[in-house]
Design a protein around this ligand. Structure first.
Ligand SMILES: NC(=O)c1ccc[n+]([C@@H]2O[C@H](COP(=O)([O-])OP(=O)(O)OC[C@H]3O[C@@H](n4cnc5c(N)ncnc54)[C@H](O)[C@@H]3O)[C@@H](O)[C@H]2O)c1
Length: 364
């Protein structure tokens, strides 16, 4: 393995041989550290491109296992046009039982492909990119959906694993401050771990661990769902009588009744109404999609404005284009710093009819 000096934004080819870099998690984390506002801008720009039809984001493929019904591996192929100009795929596993064994639930890789040749040019550790793009998207939604209003000061985290931690980091880094942070998790160890993280990073804020879900919902103006629930477990619309803003990142927590009574904003309508999400269940119940008010791009463009006398629910399915855009930003940053670890000779069979007798092993 060699470290290539400052590869360009477009992958370099040495003597016509496409380069291929492997980017481990430590480099990804370093490239993203302290760049939260920039990454929120990358996500906003990507949503605008998606709204303008400059992206390709076919449905995700779900690989499921009869012997492990709570687990899955998802393939998210995507293409981002414009000045980003990159194609690729994220391959992300969700194995919730890992947590009890001391391993994170999710693991992922992201492959970036050159739009001119189709050649893959990088493989990135992508669990951090996954958490970052999800949190940047939620922080963007929280900002856009509270424009022109007083920002919520009481946040409630419902399910507090890795995503909740990153989401809190992104909210804090994009200017959110809270009088109180409420926490509810079925697992007391998770709640205690999250409290420890909050106390280390935001000592001034009061942290309240709730013993029941209702008390968390009723006392939060901004609610973040980041559980691993496979079907709705929050059913009573009366809990939402104070009309909080809900970031429904885990997608399957709310009953169709709660969804149908809310202003619903999504990242992509077709994607969100699939795979038994709460919105998909609501569609099956009423037979139409009229309860979806628009996308985050519609909100950013002023085509949709949530009203304050209804609960607003943001449901992001999680688009592969965000992984690509953030992954490309990471790749470019590491390339600029001269830190790309290129695998020599990764692509080997490059002569259409094989090598002539005069050629050496490099194909010359
Ligand atoms: N929409 C997106 O783009 C997107 C992207 C990434 C992750 N996610 C989702 O975010 C969720 C959280 O991911 P994570 O990596 O933080 O998982 P995690 O396993 O690290 O944490 C999940 C936490 O939720 C708790 N929990 C589970 N069911 C609960 C319930 N019914 N009530 C309260 N707490 C409950 C668990 O005890 C655990 O502490 C997952 O569902 C994941 O699929 C969504």
């Amino acid at each position: 393995m060699s470290t290539a000096a400052a590869l360009d934004a477009v992958p370099s080819a040495t003597d016509g041989v496409p380069a291929f870099a492997v980017i481990p998690g430590a480099q990804v984390a370093q490239a993203l550290e302290g760049r939260e506002r920039e990454i929120v801008d990358v996500v906003a720009r990507t949503y605008r491109m998606h709204g303008a039809g400059e992206t390709g984001n076919p449905p995700s493929y779900f690989l499921r296992f009869p012997d492990k019904p709570n687990s899955r591996i998802i393939a998210l192929p995507a293409s981002v046009g414009g000045d980003v100009g990159v194609d690729g795929i994220k391959w992300v596993s969700s194995f919730p039982d890992n947590v009890a064994a001391g391993l994170p639930r999710a693991s992922a890789v992201l492959i970036l492909n050159d739009h001119r040749t189709g050649y893959p040019f990088a493989c990135l550790e992508a669990s951090i990119i996954n958490a970052v793009r999800t949190s940047a998207s939620a922080a963007l939604a929280a900002d856009q959906l509270t424009k022109g209003r007083t920002r919520p000061r009481r946040v409630g985290f419902f399910g507090v694993g890795l995503i909740a931690r990153y989401l809190h980091t992104y909210l804090a880094a994009t200017g959110w401050t809270f009088d109180e942070v409420g926490v509810f998790d079925l697992n007391p160890e998770s709640a205690a771990g999250f409290r420890g993280y909050l106390e280390r990073h935001d000592a001034a804020t009061t942290v309240r661990i709730h013993e029941d879900a209702e008390s968390l919902v009723r006392s939060s103006d901004l609610l973040v769902f980041a559980t691993v629930a496979g079907e709705p477990h929050v059913h009573d619309p009366a809990w939402f009588a104070h009309h909080p803003l809900v970031l429904h990142v885990s997608l399957r927590d709310l009953s169709p009744e709660i969804v149908l009574g809310a202003t619903n904003v999504v990242d992509d309508v077709d994607h969100c109404l699939r795979a038994n999400t709460s919105l998909h269940l609501a569609e099956q119940q009423v037979g139409n999609r009229d309860f979806v008010h628009g996308t985050l791009d519609d909100v950013m463009a002023g085509r949709v404005s949530p009203v304050s006398d209804r609960t607003t629910v943001f449901s992001p399915f999680g688009l592969g284009i965000l992984d690509l855009a953030v992954g490309k930003a990471v790749y470019d940053e590491i390339g600029r710093a001269g830190g790309l670890q290129v695998i020599d000779g990764f692509f080997h069979e490059l002569q259409r009819y094989g090598q002539g007798p005069q050629q050496d092993s490099t194909g010359r």
